[in-house]
Design a protein around this ligand. Structure first.
Ligand SMILES: [Zn+2]
Length: 74
């Protein structure tokens, strides 16, 4: 019954409004750079455990950056 709880469901980032896409691409936090809003490239969106994640690469260092969206923001 909990078998699928951890499964990752792919979502289409590009189905979002252009403005929304821009906002997500700009509003990032990079652990590696320890900086906000450095921006990301190559976004991939998915849902896991009732949370939406947008994962991309930091434009500053090229390391993966992940934005988490809670229920209320989608
Ligand atoms: Zn970075």
């Amino acid at each position: 019954m909990t078998m699928t709880d951890d499964s990752r469901v792919e979502r289409d980032f590009y189905a979002r409004d252009a403005e929304e896409q821009q906002a997500f691409l700009q509003q990032t936090w990079c652990d590696h750079c320890q900086g906000v809003d450095l921006g990301m490239t190559d976004p991939v969106e998915y849902e896991q455990k009732h949370t939406i994640f947008i994962e991309g690469r930091c434009t500053g260092c090229g390391q993966p950056v992940i934005t988490e969206l809670t229920d209320e923001s989608f």
